[in-house]
Design a protein around this ligand. Structure first.
Ligand code: PLP
Length: 402
């Protein structure tokens, strides 16, 4: 049996998650004593809130380690509704607690898609969406905005309608807002237009709102319309990982979905994870059951502003404004095709990201990983001196390209 036959054709071409690969490179450089300005991984820094850690530790100490409801602990499911302000519109029966938002998204695809169905994504899909779609035996379609990047790659209802015409069998449209990687936020009108198209066409509207508390400039999160018209098609996914510090490894997420879809996802979970770890569900509960402090959001807004002040030092880079999450998207198309000091040519954003890392110790994520070659994603959830030092180092490295 040849090597290529040992792994399924579905998974054989998978590459490891790029963002986790970046974390590995950073650690290697640090171990070697080389400078690193880490804009790579989408993870906030700082301390875990004591109440979250204490609740998890307490659950362990009290022996809350038995099998539990595969849908998640009832208290956590209820708390999710309050956290999302959806207590009036949904019941606990509509909520599934998962091992991170990743699993919630994957549950949805497995629950509603048949093999070969199309799943549609916005123009800069986050790195794990397409592998998830492939693992769920679906086909992915990246919807392109007719306006190009004039509205920062946000797609419109008309863009979606056009794409659905080509894909009459589409099952799901996934919208991520705030958007990882672009840092854009879809306005209430923009969300409504997309939701309306999905409802009209009987396509699930899957909203990944993982960064929804991290909205800048005093703006509130533009909530999707939840009523009898939209509820059969609306599925929302969220989690603990981004809106609280140091919680990505707690691995708790959730979905709020129609009852039939939720039932299918609970059945599925009962067969493959039996639900997320119980102590970490207690930790998550302690996070979301308290009034939310905007301390993290305010800190990130300060970092965004710092980055925007420093950015003009870089020639050839157009830095997009960031409305939410902690990503800055850099249009580096003007640098593609330039020559490096060693004589090699920058052929795309993969090359540029590698050049920055090797020559300046600046860790970025290549736009190519998000289907957008010619851009770099910068995670500014990083210490202030990484922002100032990193932009200066990047500016110097860009300045050596001819
Ligand atoms: N969705 C988006 C847009 C993300 O950026 C991430 C993580 O980076 C996830 C989902 C997965 O989140 P979790 O770590 O909760 O599984």
């Amino acid at each position: 049996m040849g090597h290529h036959e040992r792994i399924s054709s579905k998974l054989g071409h998978f590459r490891p998650s790029l963002t986790l690969e970046l974390k590995r490179i950073v650690q290697e450089r640090l171990a070697a004593g080389l400078p690193v300005y880490d804009f790579g991984l989408g993870e906030t820094k700082g301390d875990l809130a004591p109440r979250i850690g204490d609740a998890g530790a307490k659950a362990f100490h009290e022996g809350r380690t038995q099998y539990a409801d595969p849908a998640g602990l009832p208290d956590v499911r209820q708390a999710v509704l309050a956290w999302l302000g959806l207590e009036g519109q949904y019941q606990v029966e509509n909520v599934v607690i998962t091992s991170g938002a990743k699993q919630a998204l994957f549950n949805v695809m497995l629950a509603v898609c048949n093999p070969g169905d199309a799943v549609l994504f916005d123009a800069a899909p986050w790195v794990s969406y397409l592998p998830q779609a492939a693992a769920a035996s679906t086909r992915h379609v990246v919807v392109q905005p007719q306006a190009g990047d004039a509205n920062y790659l946000k797609i419109t209802g008309d863009d979606l309608r056009r794409a659905l015409k080509q894909e009459p069998g589409a099952r799901v449209f996934l919208l991520n807002s705030p958007v990882n990687p672009t840092g854009q936020v879809y306005s209430a009108d923009e969300v409504e237009a997309l939701l309306q198209v999905c409802v009209e066409q009987g396509v699930y509207f899957l909203l990944d709102r993982l960064y929804w508390r991290l909205m800048f400039d005093g703006n509130a999160y533009p909530e999707p319309r939840v009523d009898d018209d939209t509820k059969p098609w609306l599925i929302q996914v969220d989690g603990l990982s981004k809106n609280f510090r140091r919680t990505g490894g707690i691995r708790i997420g959730w979905s709020v979905a129609p009852t039939d879809v939720t039932k299918a996802m609970i059945n599925l979970q009962s067969h493959y994870t039996s639900g997320p770890a119980v102590p970490t569900q207690h930790a998550a509960l302690a996070g979301i059951a308290c009034p939310y402090s905007n301390e993290l959001r305010d800190d990130l807004q300060h970092k965004r502003d710092l980055l925007l002040r420093e950015a003009p030092k870089m020639r050839g880079v157009r830095v997009w404004p960031t409305a939410g999450a902690f990503y800055s998207f850099w249009d580096v198309r003007a640098l593609i095709g330039k020559r490096m000091p060693d004589g090699g040519t920058i052929k795309g954003s993969d090359d540029l990201a590698a050049y920055l890392l090797k020559n300046a110790g600046v860790v970025t994520a290549s736009g190519a990983a998000f289907e957008q070659d010619g851009y770099l994603r910068i995670s500014f959830a990083t210490p202030d001196d990484h922002i100032t030092g990193g932009v200066a180092a990047a500016a110097a490295a860009f300045g050596q390209l001819v």
